[in-house]
Design a protein around this ligand. Structure first.
Ligand SMILES: NC(=O)c1ccc[n+]([C@@H]2O[C@H](COP(=O)([O-])OP(=O)(O)OC[C@H]3O[C@@H](n4cnc5c(N)ncnc54)[C@H](O)[C@@H]3O)[C@@H](O)[C@H]2O)c1
Length: 310
């Protein structure tokens, strides 16, 4: 199977490309940022003519669309919305035209709107039925992309499509101390819970994101047009989240009794049921022992990382 990955030079894309190649698949990265990799193509995918020409030439079996302005407020709001939605439509249209039969598109958990003062989910853990409440252009662009995916799925039944919401992506080198996308290290993120509280302690090892992509590509009987949360099984916190809400997220602390253990606040049941996918990496099995010791997490009961919602 030949897979084209847009945004393959990015934080998430590099691990997805590597993971798919390690699984023996032929992968071509398409990115605006060049790569020395001979199986990469440099292109600006906001340009319809470029997108159409490349996909027509490559004619991949599957397309994984990751390219985006990936950080909220990193450009003017109008630019983020325009680039992400415009490029999404351009890439999807070109892929359908080129005969691609599987298309997977990156959305974001931020569609739910957490981080806004007064934000209230109806229940925890959050899942694909939780209300979307975007409050900035990045999140809104991802809501539109999800709708675009379900719309293309209706219009093109010969192609299987889905979107996915990867949680805060941790690249492999970040477990060893490389800075995360917000500049601090993972150990600092765990030592200062306010850093991860703004995103509800969510995270995902980039290699588990790659295994999700492979599971979705393989799942020929999975329904088209769906959206999936993709998260680590546990929270990025040393202390169980139910004990942290009153201090760091007081507006949703009344939902603490809906949580137990160290399970993620984002349900991955849909991906488990449709695709048989489950993450295998946790900060508890990825951080070096010295870092776990400094965090006082070395003696933690491994069973406490299991998802124990009620
Ligand atoms: N990193 C996260 O924690 C996270 C969380 C949720 C969702 N996502 C989504 O996952 C995807 C990948 O995120 P990331 O963290 O790897 O971002 P990133 O910024 O590291 O990578 C994005 C890549 O897209 C490329 N790109 C941007 N505009 C392009 C264009 N016009 N033409 C061609 N390529 C273009 C960039 O050059 C870059 O290599 C994005 O859609 C992002 O919104 C990421």
């Amino acid at each position: 199977m030949h897979i084209a990955v847009t945004g393959g030079s990015g934080r998430l894309g590099r691990s997805v490309v590597r993971g798919l190649r390690e699984a023996g698949l032929r992968v071509t990265s398409i990115d605006r940022t060049g790569s020395t990799d001979e199986q990469s193509v440099e292109a600006d995918l906001t340009e319809p003519a470029q997108a159409a020409a490349i996909l027509h030439k490559l004619r991949p079996d599957a397309l994984v669309h990751l390219a985006a302005i990936a950080v909220p407020f990193s450009a003017p709001e109008r630019t983020i919305f325009g680039v992400n939605t415009g490029m999404g439509f351009t890439v999807l249209e070109a892929a359908i035209e080129a005969g691609v039969t599987r298309i997977l598109v990156a959305s974001s958990p931020t569609v739910l709107g957490y981080g806004r003062p007064g934000w209230q989910p109806q229940s925890l853990p959050l899942d694909e039925h939780s209300e979307v409440q975007p409050h900035h252009a990045y999140a809104l662009s991802k809501v539109v992309l999800e709708k675009m995916v379900s719309s293309f799925a209706l219009a093109h039944p010969q192609t299987r499509l889905a979107s996915f919401r990867p949680c805060y992506v941790v690249a492999p080198e970040e477990w060893q101390g490389a800075p995360t996308q917000q500049g601090h290290t993972i150990e600092e993120r765990l030592a200062s819970p306010e850093l991860a509280a703004v995103s509800l302690f969510n995270y995902l090892d980039a290699r588990d994101a790659a295994s999700f992509v492979m599971a979705w590509l393989d799942a020929d009987s999975a329904p088209s047009g769906r959206c999936y949360f993709v998260s680590a099984a546990d929270v990025m916190a040393v202390t169980p989240p139910a004990d942290l809400l009153s201090t760091y997220l007081p507006e949703i602390a009344h939902l603490s009794d809906q949580l137990s253990g160290n399970g993620s606040l984002f349900s991955i049941e849909a991906a488990a049921q449709d695709l048989g996918w489950a993450p295998t990496r946790s900060w508890r099995n990825q951080l070096p022992a010295a870092a776990l010791e400094r965090l006082g997490a070395l003696t933690a009961d491994p069973a406490s990382t299991e998802r124990t919602f009620h």
